[in-house]
Design a binder for this molecule. Structure first.
Ligand code: Z5A
Length: 215
């Protein structure tokens, strides 16, 4: 039997997180493993309302501190209403973004002090720690090109521009280098090729859940 487990897909714009999160959820369900697929900010009533303000309200200028606290307000609900109950049921939780996004975007991207961001994040997450983060990495230009090809309008944070996105990517690379539970995965190549890399990491890092005996 597979135990509850918390896996997070992270990375910059257009890196393929949503695609890989959906593929992973399908892979798990095909094997009869109960899985909760969720995204941040969002996945709760409070979180989706906050998402609409933080991403949808392109007319709003807001201090980086306000952006941080809104995102953490959404996370507090996400942790309590989605992640903890799913882990308690024994699900594998596959999250499209979590707290590395906050360090990368509000810390490295917006320039907020990382120690203060970490302290604020504690209020939202408590002692909850993902079992593994997979940081999908593509060059900024590739990610932007993918997003443009997908269509749709830019959200409030995407409007910050290429230098911001480069700072976010550099942040992810540093976080991946420093984090024990963080794996850097190239997001280049076809979605199925990237999925092979993702599954390879999961089998190696979480064999009880993703290895041959896990499912
Ligand atoms: N944010 C924050 O600032 N702080 C936080 O703490 C949190 C979030 C949690 C969420 O946006 C925003 O919130 C995000 C950070 C901020 N800001 N921005 N900007 P979102 O959830 O709406 O969007 P996103 O996470 O940036 O998703 P995305 O740009 O759509 O990227 P993605 O999920 O990594 O990629 P995708 O949707 O899987 O793929 C994008 C396109 O590329 C799509 O057409 C795919 O078909 C295509 N694709 C996917 N994989 C491939 C491969 N391998 N090759 C070619 N094409 C591919």
């Amino acid at each position: 039997m597979v135990k509850g487990c918390f896996v997070v897909l992270e990375g910059g714009e257009g890196a393929g997180k949503s695609t890989q999160a959906a593929l992973l959820a399908r892979w798990l369900r095909d094997r009869g493993v109960p899985c909760t697929l969720a995204r941040e900010p969002g996945s709760t009533a409070v979180g989706e309302a906050i998402r609409e303000v933080v991403l949808g309200r392109t007319d709003l200028e807001m201090p980086a501190e306000s952006e941080l606290l809104l995102i953490l307000a959404a996370r507090a609900a996400f942790v309590r209403e989605v992640v903890r109950p799913a882990l308690a049921r024994g699900d594998v939780v596959v999250a499209d973004r979590f707290d590395l996004s906050t360090l990368a975007y509000q810390g490295y991207g917006r320039g907020l002090d990382l120690a203060r961001v970490r302290a604020a994040m504690e209020v939202a997450t408590g002692d909850l720690r993902p079992d593994l983060y997979l940081v999908l990495d593509v060059p900024v230009e590739e990610g932007v090109a993918r997003r443009r090809a997908a269509g749709g309008s830019e959200d409030r944070i995407e409007r910050a521009g290429a230098d911001f996105l480069r700072a976010v990517r550099d942040g992810y690379l540093e976080l991946a280098e420093a984090g024990e539970r963080v794996e850097l995965v190239s997001g280049l190549g076809s979605p199925l090729r990237v999925q092979e890399r993702v599954l390879g990491c999961l089998r190696r890092r979480l064999p009880d859940v993703f290895g041959p005996r896990g499912n």
